[in-house]
Design a protein around this ligand. Sequence first.
Ligand SMILES: *[C@@H]1O[C@H](CO)[C@@H](O)[C@H](O)[C@H]1NC(C)=O
Ligand SMILES: *[C@@H]1O[C@H](CO)[C@@H](O)[C@H](O)[C@H]1NC(C)=O
Ligand SMILES: *[C@@H]1O[C@H](CO)[C@@H](O)[C@H](O)[C@H]1NC(C)=O
Ligand SMILES: *[C@@H]1O[C@H](CO)[C@@H](O)[C@H](O)[C@H]1NC(C)=O
Length: 347
Amino acid sequence: MKILRYLPKMQPGVFALLLAFISGASGQYYDYDSPLAIYGYSSPNCAPECNCPQSYPTAMYCDELKLKSLPMIPAGIKYLYLRNNQIDHIDEKAFENVTDLQWLILDYNLLENSKIKGRVFSKLKQLKKLHINHNNLTESVGPLPKSLQDLQLTHNKIRKLGSFDGLVNLTFVNLQHNQLKEEDVSSAFKGLKSLEYLDLSFNQISKLPSGLPASLLTLYLDNNKISSIPEEYFKRFNGLQYLRLSHNELADGGIQGNSFNISSLLELDLSYNKLKSVPTVNENLENYYLEVNEIEKFDVRSFCKILGPLSYSKIKHLRLDGNRLTQSSVPADMYDCLRMAIEIAIN
Ligand SMILES: *[C@@H]1O[C@H](CO)[C@@H](O)[C@H](O)[C@H]1NC(C)=O
Ligand SMILES: *[C@@H]1O[C@H](CO)[C@@H](O)[C@H](O)[C@H]1NC(C)=O
Ligand SMILES: *[C@@H]1O[C@H](CO)[C@@H](O)[C@H](O)[C@H]1NC(C)=O
Ligand SMILES: *[C@@H]1O[C@H](CO)[C@@H](O)[C@H](O)[C@H]1NC(C)=O
């Protein structure tokens, strides 16, 4: 029964968010909570085909049942799992018994926007987590309730985002593997005050979107088509810590001198681009990924504007492998600047 510690208990939102970070937020934690069905004993008013564990009676598990529509959902359910079915529609009254539902997990189904009827989600005034990963959506879903904290719509065919205006508690949004362009993204997130995590990787974005909220701590834009970074772009964020832009089309000409000199940043991934030199970063950066570019030289001033006893780079891991460098291209003063480094990979 060890498996029980993976259950949402005191603070389901926080815990699952952590788990989502660890597993890459792509539904991999499925493996942790599904074995529960084996141990569970259904409560009497559970939908007959589903499982409501006695030890955790507010959760209803209906995964992998070849369901074509939603099961009966009794009052009292707060966490509803419907993964790996063939659900292709949601009626307007589907959740009439459970307007206090908190988690709704619909990954791996066949949902299309036109078959999600009415304001079915906005009536769920306590909904915190909505996952519709791996479906057949072409737009974001909505309207959404203001209680929402975690929205995941990865692996769909989304080209259009509605406005997320007014979602004051929305903290975590994952939209990776869709078909979004920058103009689809630019106005959607305006006004969100709590958004900390935004994953837009594996889309069709060719320019950094405007209008992303200043509250972001994590921004993933890898595997897009971005070729330039305006110098002022990242200045708008108050505390950006993790930035990924690997597998884009970045070349030296598209990057201004201080584009990546962001004092809050801890991790920057620019691997798999077309850079010939090392973009300047702030002294506070700890992890810098530049592998598989076309870098021929590097200058200590990319990391340390001035060198001195109190002025050095906090870089711990620096990846420069897969470039055009050899150990002898490392300037002697580099080790003075990178005195905190644990790993500098060159070849
Ligand atoms: C609501 O609950 C009642 C009684 O348990 C049940 O008969 C009905 O099917 C439920 N409605 C939905 C939409 O699940
Ligand atoms: C998904 O939608 C497309 C049209 O947008 C359709 O051609 C396709 O059959 C759908 N796939 C499934 C599995 O329903
Ligand atoms: C947002 O979160 C706070 C703190 O958890 C909570 O008190 C508030 O009711 C939430 N707002 C909405 C609209 O759910
Ligand atoms: C980054 O910008 C700050 C000013 O915001 C400056 O003091 C620092 O020297 C710059 N870092 C590098 C490596 O140029």
